[in-house]
Every structure is written in structure tokens, then in C-alpha cells.
Write a protein that binds this ligand. Sequence first.
Ligand code: TEU
Length: 550
Amino acid sequence: MTDEARWWQRTTIYQVYPRSFADSDGDGIGDLRGVIDRLPVLAELGVGTVWLSPFFASPQEDFGYDISDYTAVAPEYGDVETVRELIEVAHGLGLRVVFDLVMNHTSDQHPWFVESASSRDNPKADWYLWHDGRGRPGRDGRTRRPNNWKAPLDLTSAWQWSPVRRQWFLASFLPFQPDLNWRNPEVREAVFGAARQWLGMGVDGFRLDVFGWIMKDEAFRSNPFRPKLGGGDIVRLWRRDFTENTPDNVRLAKDLRAVVDEFAPPERVLIGEVFGSPDEVHEYLGDDDGLSLTFAFDLLEYRYSARYFRDLIARYEANYAAPRLPAYVLENHDRSRTIDRVGGDEGKARLLATMLLTLRGVPTIYQGQEIATSNTYLPLAGALDPMGRTFLPWMPEWVSRRIAERINRDEVRTPMQWDASRNAGFSTAERTWLPVNPEYPRRNVAAQREDPDSTWRLFQTLIGLRRALPELHDGTLRLLDAGRDVVAYERAHVADDGTIARVVVVLNFGAAPLTWAQAGEVLVASGPGVASTATTTTVPASTGVVLRPV
Ligand code: TEU
């Protein structure tokens, strides 16, 4: 592994969901040894950074996003020594490793919370966001909630009642995930201390879970009622002026930066899961003293329209001028698979992958995306994911089926499809923790590695090209004039000796073939039928192409 500065600007990130990646001990649950065993396949795919979703001690009610010890590993995944080995093996393969840091909340079973909830005057009484209610207590002893802050989906309050403290505590996500009080210096030191443990072990940085929510308004003011669409998150009825992306939260990014900088070199990366429009969230990057990257979630929408993506690229270009970069996300463990968002059409999913991997920004790939895995339909009743059960217990199946991705995240967390053997090669267990997607005999990594036209091979080619060409990993981006159904851009790079290298990316979202008025060498095409004459290039419907203009 080379310790080049700013390595993260040129990397491609691959998200591993450890519970579903590879099970080495046959208990039906993925583990860290399984990840170690499969790292060579990721190196072969060509990605540069592996981000692991949380594997820390946890009651697993939200599958690791509910932590009960930041410094320990959940026993079903391995132990601290396995983590050390994972980092070493990854580094040996030239891969960087990023962990998931969940700073906003812990599990309600974390000893910190158990103590905090035990009385109003214990040593950790102020470690979480406790607040008296409004008005006089009712017959059950409860007061009215302190303010109108909402849990996800905006259907229920984020405040939970404690009969012991006779106070409310804030849980901005699920009720069993109480929010830590980041204004308490002891909390900061405790969580920063855990981060230092992993940094000292060699982790290359952190993906920061719901980073935008951590520092709420100090005066606990209610959010204004004003519905808001877009920004990459689900629809909101209340603006989150006092709970999300507050000025204090932007300052927290700088404090965290200072912690990870204690460990450079190599430079460590901080990637924020922050929601909002590009003109809001780019603030987190500061003057190169905040987060390194912020995810751009706008690609996760159900939009397959050239105009949508053209506007989006223009907005990110305007707000993330070089050396800043957005970290584009097309899939993750929370949202519907790409192929399901484009009506099951793999050609369209491949076109979007071509865009993702040729934009100016750091691309993120979620395990399974490289073989165009689809959602595994699983009814809401019986879901392991607590989202739907918590917020929509009354919803009938025929309704939830239509919007399943938003409420049953199990559907995108089923085991990785490695090969056509039992359990898709994920596990030798009788039963895996979630069922395997029934498409696996046809759709798996082993089959696609053998097939030069497969989606896995397309990803490998695009990632390889991105690594090889400075115009792709380091160049400028200029949107080109194109027809209504076309997104086209030029990526260019000026070498030290002044020579300019250029590639042009043409993405035909339309249903008819396109004649692009430029000829060139076809470096990659997302589908068959691309042809260049002396002056033009034909791009079939739902196809993307990377051209070296002549
Ligand atoms: O998710 C936050 C987030 O993106 C959700 O609000 C999202 O809108 C929701 O899952 C609907 O798809 C992060 C993690 O990615 C998620 O897995 C955790 O459950 C959550 O934080 C709480 O830690």
C-alpha cells in the first residue's frame, strides 16, 4: 500500500455489509473471517477502499447501528484480533479500510445508557439528551413532549418517556437508539477514544453514520412545519432547521478532523452520511479542515431521466469545485437496488453504473451492485428490519408491497451471491439469517467473472479505466450540449508537460438509438451495438459509452 497523500480522492469505495457478505463458520451469519477470505475478489474487481458496516458489540436490533460497546467486536463477527488481521490483509492487497462510526446514538442496552437512565443524578445522567416535558403530568405521570422533533418518516415523535427518570429522552432514529449528548465533553472523549483505538490499529478512516443529526439546537426549538422533498432522503413534513446540519454540527466535523489528523500519515478519510442539497452539505468540508467527503444520495431517487441527472451533475459541479469532490452513491444497505428502480432493466442499471464510475467524484458501490442483484421481495410481516415494524405496524401488505424498499430494508440485505452452490456460496448453514435471493443460480459473482459481457466485468473494466486514466480520476468535468434524452460530458486532464488527455462520456437514456456527432475509440460500452464511423458514434438505447475522441 502506498501512502500517497489524498489517496481517497482517487479511490473507489466498496461497501461491505458484514452480516451478509461471507459466513466462514457456518452459523448462517456473515463474519469478519469471511470478509478476509473474499478480499482478493474485491482487489480483483479493482476497488480501492473497503467500507465495513458496523461489526461492533451490539444487540443487533438495527444490525449493528445500535452499538453497546464501541471498542469491542460482536462475537458472531470475530474479535479485535480478527479486525487487526483484516486491516493487515487488506493493506497487503493494496486496499484501504474504512469503518462505520455511529456517533449520534448508541443502543439502549449500552452500559452508558443503562446507567444514564437509572436516575437523574448518576455520573452519566447527562450523557444522553434528557429533557423535562411541558405542562403538568397526566394521569400516567407523563408530561407533554418537550418539542415537535420527529423520528424518521415523520409519523411519530423522537421523544421517548422514561418512567424511572420521569423525563423524556431523544431517540432521533429508532426508539431503542437514544441520542448521545455531544455537548458533554465526557461523551466526546469516550467516543473519540474509541475512534482512536481503531485509528491506532491502522484503519484508514470512517464513514460517519447520520452525521448531520448529531448536534441539535441547544435551546431545543421546535422545527418549522414545511414539507421538503429531495436532498436524497425520504419525504419530510417538517424542515429540520433545529435538528440537522446546524452550525454546531459543522463545527463538530472540524473537531473530529483534528482527532483523525493525530494519526496521519497516511491521511485518514472522513465520509459523512449527511442529507441535504449540495449547497447545504458541502459546508462540512470546511476549508480542508472538516470532513473529507460527503455522500451524494440524489442518485438513489426513482428517476431515470437525462434531464434529472444533467441538472444534478451541474449542481454538484457548482458546489463541489475542485479539489472538492462529491461521493456519489447509487446503492446502499438502506434503499432499493438500482435494477428495481429502473423497472428490472439491466441495461439501464449498467448505463447508471457507467455514469457513477465516470463522474468527477468518489464512487461508492454496495455489495451485490456489481452483479446487478435485485431486491429480494420479503413481506413486511416477519421483517427483521425494525423500520416498518416500528413506524408502520398498521400498514397492510398490499400497500407496503408497493413501497417496500422504504420500510423493509431486509430486501437489500440478503446474502451475497457468490456462486451457484447451496446458499449462493455464502454459508454452509441449514438456514441463513435472511433468505438468499432466489435469482442466485443465474446471477452470481462466479458466473459473471467468467462472462466477458457481464455486469461484474463491466464494473471491473470501468474501475480499471478510472484508475488508469488521470482524466477520469483527477480530471475536470464539462457537461456537453446534447439532446433531451442524453447526458454527455468531457473529462479532461492537463499533464505536467502540458499535454491534454480527454475522454467523452455519452449516456443515452432514450428509447431510440442516438447518433453522436463525434468519432472516437470506444474505451468501454455498457451494452452491445456501439459503433464509430469516421465522424459519428452510434449509441443504442439505454447505453453508455466512454470515447477517446479522434
Ligand atoms: O441511516 C440513516 C438513513 O439514511 C435513514 O434515515 C434512511 O432514510 C432510512 O434508512 C430509510 O431508508 C443510517 C444507516 O445507514 C441505517 O442503516 C441505520 O439504520 C440508521 O442510520 C441508524 O443508525
